[in-house]
Design a protein around this ligand. Structure first.
Ligand SMILES: C[S@@+](CC[C@H](N)C(=O)[O-])C[C@H]1O[C@@H](n2cnc3c(N)ncnc32)[C@H](O)[C@@H]1O
Length: 291
């Protein structure tokens, strides 16, 4: 599938992983405490950080005393994560849609802004269910529909009537409509689903850093911007800087961001049925990232 290839090629590029690790945590770290609280992470919790990227969530969970395993399709990202948090030993390069662990291995599964990068987000949720022991919890964040930090570039492209060709993919705000995440959790066997909005602000050094964050350290948006003619990309850049002037502070740029945090639980009685059991562990073992 073209979207899966776009994601894999982008995130596997060490330059993209480096730019993401340098710049993007400013946009995505505001959800981390709520995400970890959502799966009740504390000392000894066996946590799977799904699409862990450079390990922003993993690091915080480790600081809470959890036993964390970070998985991501990008080996380049996992090397960043491992360097940032060397005390965590388990970093596995694998797709979220097909996880190489035995059923029920974890007490908690969390994914910070991973879901809409998966070519099959529903299958990843089914896999999260399979990973959980009875009573285990899942927490996922996705962008809120009014996340200016993420809306800004697509809005500028639209205002300039520029629509770079991109493969069909889950929309940036898929699942953001109230109830959508909860329904998907229930369809995949979870109970007690809940959703709430988490609001924050991305504190970014300069408008140039914001621009580089997307031009160098993202997948879809980067592909779209790179597909533009140079003069069109310059028009987009100028307009993005103009829009950002509204969010300038004394020392940088402060852009509002919101997320939907969805949580759910696997029944404590273990009487439910794991979905997609055929996706299990023995056929695709992934690989551990070594230094
Ligand atoms: C926006 S980043 C989020 C990273 C991290 N959770 C954070 O909070 O910074 C998306 C991550 O999803 C990973 N990814 C994309 N598709 C994936 C898939 N199908 N399975 C596992 N990881 C995937 C990418 O390599 C990238 O690291």
């Amino acid at each position: 599938m073209a979207f899966a290839k776009l994601e894999r090629d982008a995130w596997s590029d060490p330059a993209v992983a480096s730019a993401y690790a340098e710049l993007f945590p400013a946009m995505v770290r505001f959800t981390v405490p709520a995400l970890l609280d959502g799966v009740q992470v504390g000392p000894g919790t066996r946590l799977l950080d799904l699409a862990c990227g450079p390990g922003t969530v993993t690091r915080e969970a480790h600081a809470r005393g959890a036993e964390v395993t970070g998985v991501d399709l990008s080996r380049a990202m996992l090397l960043k994560a491992r360097t940032a948090t060397p005390a965590v030993r388990d970093w596995i390069a694998v797709r979220a849609e097909k996880l190489p662990f035995q059923d029920g291995k974890f007490e908690a599964v969390a994914s910070n802004f991973g879901l809409l990068h998966f070519s099959d987000p529903r299958r990843a949720i089914a896999e999260a269910f399979r990973m959980l022991a009875p009573g285990g919890r899942v927490a996922l964040t996705i962008w809120g529909a009014d996340a200016i930090g993420l809306r800004l570039i697509p809005e500028v492209l639209e205002s300039l009537h520029l629509a770079p060709p991109l493969p069909p993919a889950p929309g940036f705000f898929a699942f953001a409509e109230p109830g959508a995440l909860s329904r998907t959790f229930e369809e995949n066997g979870f109970d007690s689903p809940s959703e709430r909005i988490v609001s924050g602000a991305a504190e970014i050094g300069t408008a140039e850093e914001y621009w580089r964050m997307f031009l160098e350290g993202s997948a879809r948006t980067r592909a779209g911007l790179l597909a533009l003619a140079t003069e069109d990309r310059e028009r987009v850049r100028a307009k993005v800087f103009e829009r950002l002037s509204e969010y300038r502070t004394g020392s940088g740029v402060r852009v509002p961001v919101t997320a939907v945090l969805g949580t759910a639980r696997r029944s404590p009685t273990g009487s439910d049925q794991a979905q997609n059991r055929d996706t299990g562990s023995d056929t695709d073992s992934g690989y551990t990232v070594e230094n």
